[in-house]
Ligand binder design. Structure first.
Ligand SMILES: [Mg+2]
Length: 280
């Protein structure tokens, strides 16, 4: 028996890493951290083990960070309360949603504009906060976000407004996502309905649009070269972080398994089991 000798079916760790992504020991040290929320810190209504300690370690080092989510349902205050209930203590200002990124984008594009919104408080509050007027009379934009009860009446109104010339914006392209009791169709799926009806495709602001990363970095006054993006999805978190010029860490506590990493044309800077394995 030679237990140290690798077999054909079980290649040694070092060989796996050389063709895939390096492990945490190869991590560059960052000054600033952006991280996805679901699959990284929480899974549905459950805290991922070590997530609370990871946040504590970031604070102890004085590293600025931002927790990102493509979910546009909630305001940062609502999100903060939901996270506190499961034992994760973060400040409102440490949360950044696709609704906030969308409001920031529209504020830059057309300050003081108007929008017809299909969405919940997370989106309407973010738009009010940047000085937008919500109206169904010739709005500059139709803005679509996550909602719990899509109204056919409102979708019809959105379709008509887009046909009359309002620009079509959606908070995030996800077509399906986690919800209470299982998966549920998400903003991208409803956006497809409106796009089919109008022949107009929306502009999606949330991940994988690197715009979301850049807005989050700007809020922290941080630079991409000294920042790390941590996520559980290759096709959103890792590609967006890469395109924004950041180092990236894939965690395996969400939707991606280690053996899937090599299928993508881009790769994370490092792959770790969970945020508990990230040294700061
Ligand atoms: Mg995720």
């Amino acid at each position: 028996m030679e237990p140290t000798q690798p077999t054909a079916s079980q290649p040694p760790q070092a060989a796996m890493h050389s063709v895939g992504a390096p492990d945490a020991s190869a991590l560059p040290q960052a000054e600033t951290y952006l991280m996805d929320m679901d699959g990284v810190l929480v899974r549905g209504a459950q805290l991922i083990p070590g997530a609370d300690d990871f946040i504590r370690r970031l604070r102890a080092r004085g590293a600025p960070f931002s927790i990102l989510t493509n979910n546009s349902l909630y305001t940062p205050r609502d999100l903060q309360a939901r996270l506190t209930r499961i034992g994760l203590h973060v400040a409102e200002s440490e949360l950044f949603t696709s609704a906030m990124a969308t409001a920031q984008f529209l504020h830059t594009q057309k300050p003081g504009g108007s929008a017809y919104v299909i969405g919940e408080a997370g989106l309407t509050t973010a738009l009010h906060d940047v000085g937008y007027v919500l109206t169904d009379v010739r709005p500059d934009y139709v803005v679509l976000g996550e909602t719990l009860s899509y109204s056919f009446v409102r979708l019809t109104q959105a379709v008509r407004l887009i046909l009359e010339g309002s620009r079509f914006i959606a908070t995030n392209p996800d077509v399906i996502g986690p919800a209470d009791g299982g998966l549920a169709p998400a903003t991208g799926a409803v956006a497809a309905l409106v796009a089919e009806a109008t022949g107009v495709k929306p502009y999606f602001v949330g991940k994988p649009n690197p715009l979301m990363m850049r807005s989050a970095l700007r809020r922290l006054n941080a630079h991409s070269e000294s920042s790390i993006m941590i996520g559980d999805r290759m096709d959103t978190d890792i590609v967006a972080g890469t395109e924004a010029g950041m180092a990236t860490i894939l965690v395996l506590t969400g939707v991606t398994a280690r053996e899937q990493v090599n299928r993508f044309p881009y790769r994370p800077t490092a792959v770790v089991e969970s945020v508990a394995h990230i040294t700061v």
